[in-house]
Design a protein. Sequence first.
Length: 279
Amino acid sequence: MPTPELISPRSPRVTAARRLARRAFRSKERLFIAEGPQAVREAVAHRGPGGEPTLVELFTTVEAAERYTDIVDAARAAGARVHYASDAVLAEVSQTVTPQGLVGVCRFLDSPFGEILAARPKLVAVLAHVRDPGNAGTVLRCADAAGADAVVLTDASVDLYNPKSVRASVGSHFHLPVVVGVPVEEAVQGLREAGVRVLAADGAGEDDLDDELDAGTMGGPTAWIFGNEAWGLPEETRALADAVVRVPIHGKAESLNLATAAAVCLYASARAQRTGSAR
């Protein structure tokens, strides 16, 4: 059984990883933290545009290394530095109260907006003014599950690599292209020029999602704009869209939260596209 190599939480490697909890250091190093077996497994399998491995470093307790031998072996085979660490070290580099024994340091994986447009996407989620990292990660997970081609986080949205966002996506960060830092006006213009219909999701929208589906207008390439958790989309953003669509509330609920509304809209588009309902 291997002995923990990083005895002191003050080790330079531990200090460097711990600093990635701060956005400024993540941006400077272009590195972020992924925690837990699911996220680390996806990071090990992911490759960058040039084929370089996304996972560059792995901290693991001896117990976790024995439980997840396949992940640790794959990380080492991919060239990642593997550190057997004490529980105290894992507590230092982890961003959770109860670490799961595996913490990976990963390269940034956002994509250029032009590459997304050149691929002629059929379904895109645009997060405009989304400030809660948990919501951002959950919407990313919903987009992944619905089969979206990309997610765009505008320049007014939360950091894609915030630890809460990474945890909430449960590995989806590594599954589909994500663009960051694009002004919403530029995002809408580029998507429209690529032949994508742009819909704004808003509880006060003039158009009803059910009516859109019944009219057969949802089957073509579509981008959904999702707004801030508290105050939705500003009027200037709503005005950019081809239509402002509300999810119908058939019961007595006052509204839907951001992630739930996003899941409904994205799955509605995915269903319409699969059945070829564009007219």
